[in-house]
Design a protein around this ligand. Structure first.
Ligand code: IPE
Ligand code: IPE
Ligand code: MG
Length: 262
């Protein structure tokens, strides 16, 4: 057990809580939302929000790693975000270059390994290189996996998985009757996370309550926590508050918890 202080989102009251170290969610996934609104509230261009959001990623990655989280998946760019103005897309594509360019030594110091899921072959060459270098430079790290969803979409991921399975059927390697959940899991972009592939806790910031095409298959039994803070304002306390909320839930997976089994 260890304590932390949280601020009530409606009353502003500060309260002390105890986090159970034995029940830290192994895989946390975050939809980092609200960068643009954070900037607009300050009369700054939207990209100022993305820049500040990058600093939040650094803070939250270290905090999650210290708390004992095994996988932290961050939704950084969706397959639909290409619809935004070119200047914003270009800025978002440059962010990984800045981010990894400055943060990789810190990641290594914290034993954090970088992974990326998404259609990275469609990213600009410089972005692809920054990502590939970060993966290579942290390959030896054995602590938390920091998994960026970059040009990722849940529906596209499922379409790609179905195409692979269909090819195996067409070539006669696979009987459709053999297709099961384990086989589909192996075709998804989370396959190499093994047992940790499905998020235990899904957080979305900025008050929006939707998935926006994020990990549609993998969140089947995740606990959802929606937070009011815009992503640039999210910090260690906000993360601990979300984990505390998670620890108050009873995960049943369609069955019964011991106290309701009577
Ligand atoms: C999240 O912040 C970052 C990305 C989607 C890349 P937004 O840019 O969506 O910020 P809002 O939602 O417009 O405030
Ligand atoms: C989801 O946020 C994508 C990321 C956080 C990268 P969006 O801001 O793109 O989602 P919508 O458009 O509000 O649903
Ligand atoms: Mg948004």
């Amino acid at each position: 057990m260890f304590s932390f202080f949280s601020k009530d989102q409606t009353t502003g009251e500060v309260a002390e809580h105890q986090l159970d170290e034995a029940n830290i969610p192994a895989h946390i996934a975050i939809i980092m939302d609200g960068n643009g609104r954070w900037a607009q509230q300050r009369h700054l261009p939207r990209i100022a929000g993305h820049k500040q959001g990058m600093n939040t990623v650094k803070t939250v990655a270290k905090a999650a790693s210290h708390l004992g989280v095994k996988v932290l998946t961050l939704y950084a760019f969706s397959t639909e975000n290409w619809k935004r103005p070119n200047a914003e897309v270009n800025y978002l594509m440059k962010l990984p270059v800045d981010f990894f360019g400055t943060f990789v030594p810190d990641l290594i110091k914290n034993n954090i390994r970088v992974k990326v899921m998404g259609y990275t072959d469609q990213l600009p060459a410089a972005t692809q290189k920054a990502v590939a270098d970060a993966i290579a430079d942290t390959r030896h790290c054995t602590g938390m996996v920091l998994n960026f969803a970059l040009n990722y979409g849940g529906r596209a991921e499922l379409v790609t998985a179905v195409q692979h399975v269909a090819q195996q059927v067409q070539s006669g390697q696979l009987d459709p009757a053999e297709i099961d959940e384990t086989m589909l899991d192996r075709q998804l972009m989370t396959a190499d996370l093994g047992e940790l592939r499905d998020p235990d806790l899904l957080i979305r910031t900025s008050g929006e309550k939707r998935l926006s095409n994020f990990m549609l298959w993998q969140v089947a039994y995740s606990e959802f926590v929606f937070m009011q803070e815009h992503w640039p304002d999210f910090d260690q306390t906000a993360l601990e508050t979300a984990i505390y909320e998670y620890q108050q839930r009873h995960r049943r997976y369609g069955g019964l918890t011991p106290d309701t089994e009577k």
